[in-house]
Design a protein around this ligand. Sequence first.
Ligand code: FAD
Ligand code: DLZ
Length: 505
Amino acid sequence: MSEAVLILGDQLNLSLSSLQAAGSDAEIFMAEVAEEAGYVGHHQQKIVLVFSAMRHFAEKLRAQGRKVHYLAYGEQAGLASMDDVLSHIADTKAPHKIFVAEPGEYRLDKVLRGWAAPAGTSLVITPDTRFIATHEAFATWADGRKQLRMEYFYRDLRRQTGILMQNGEPIGGQWNYDADNRKKLPATHIVPKRPRRKPDVITKAVIDLVTARFSNHFGELENFAWPVTQEEAEADFEYFLDNCLPVFGDFQDAMKSGEAFVYHSLVGSSLNLGLLDPLEVCRAAEARLHTHQAPINAVEGFIRQILGWREFIRGVYWLKMPDYAQANYFEANRALPDFYYTGKTKMACLREAIEATREHAYAHHIQRLMITGNFALLAGIAPEAVNKWYLEVYADAYEWVQLPNTHGMALFADGGVVGSKPYAASGAYVNRMSDYCSACAYKVKEPTGDTACPFNYLYWDFMTRHRDKLGSNPRMGMVYRTYDKMDDERRAEIANSAAKFLGNL
Ligand code: FAD
Ligand code: DLZ
């Protein structure tokens, strides 16, 4: 055999660059390995998702006449990591070349590039073409800029792709409809239930495997419903376009008890596995604007997440790694409270977000950012522990997207690479965007004391603790002016309430 292709678990697309680069008779290898399944304690649903999607993709390749060697979990002794798999391919097939598309994560990229290929075999790493912007394009855009801001990168990509553009101008006359994405769900509003998919034979076999081998990992398997093939991912996305996109814009930031998904697309896991193509997803959403099936605040709001945030975040990751992972701007060092795994907390908002995470390996963006993220920021939890948690608990979690979101957006641990100021909020924000506070043991209207919403005093305590780092930020001026107007008694109450709460964490 002269050529082989190694396909990684999140590269499940027929147009993958490694498949394109190799000859059509190259034999294909896919492997379920302990190191990938265990480098963090992935949610059980994520392991089921990745293994089942890999197994389905292998069947798809076989149906196309390709020869696929699929090394299922535990089937082949001694194949614990991806470099073991490369050595196995070299030992058993002695190919002239092994093609692999660049991995999404720096960690694995290092492993692959560090593999000692035996004489006669070379490893060819082909570019990751599953994104709209290349590493080079992002680096060129970032070069010489004092600050990297998603909005300007997004505008450039709008211009380059022509998405939501007309005669060189943004459709609707505005680049960004963020201000029209912040409605609370009315109390009487009923969010339609998503159709559930039952696991097929392949998924059932993986569920049995994960139950037997990974039951110590976080999360429940009962609600597993993630799409595991391109066809399923497309069908779910169609459902979103028909039933959710029209109101996605209005309720993008809204949270509601018992509603894990609200009107979000749930396309993250499929995009990140390669089952959906980001540009096609954006174009399909744009088409709904042109056919008057969805308004501009919804379509732009959705496209901004993928063309804007997803591409920007991935650009930051590859531009800034490996140092980025070590940043800890606020020198936060508190341990992650157990309730992040158990859900046992009196704070209703945290309980809702963590329960959704446990049941579905999902929480939507505002829950991740403004509930679990906000708490970790205000309480000063060590970024390393927070990053580990976010990488473990979501079906769509891969370090290239999780790290800048956690480190940058939620924790401001990068000191302002991703955002211009911390996304810190008191209980008033949670109350404005959700119905959580009405079912909470704490009182959102109380600023301090044992029964007050902890977000209220933790917010001000955080601002006080980090005045040296945030005081000169022009976007924080109003916050500190408000603090300065408080009398000493109020300030002491804030400090005492925060110290007591954090001491008991
Ligand atoms: P929707 O809200 O319907 O948005 C559509 C798509 O836009 C998403 O699927 C995603 O591909 C993209 N998108 C939206 N926001 C972002 C963003 N900030 N960064 C990158 N892409 C974005 N996203 C992940 O894919 N994997 C992660 O591990 C991840 N970790 C996160 C951790 C934190 C602390 C925060 C604040 C955000 C994180 N996000 C992550 C971003 C975002 O929360 C998820 O992409 C989104 O919630 C997935 O749900 P959805 O598919 O229903 O997205
Ligand atoms: C996430 C994951 C898991 C759980 N297991 C595997 C695996 O066994 N084999 C594999 O090829 N890929 C797996 N993956 C996806 C990889 O971790 C992913 O390719 C890297 O994190 C790079 O994004």
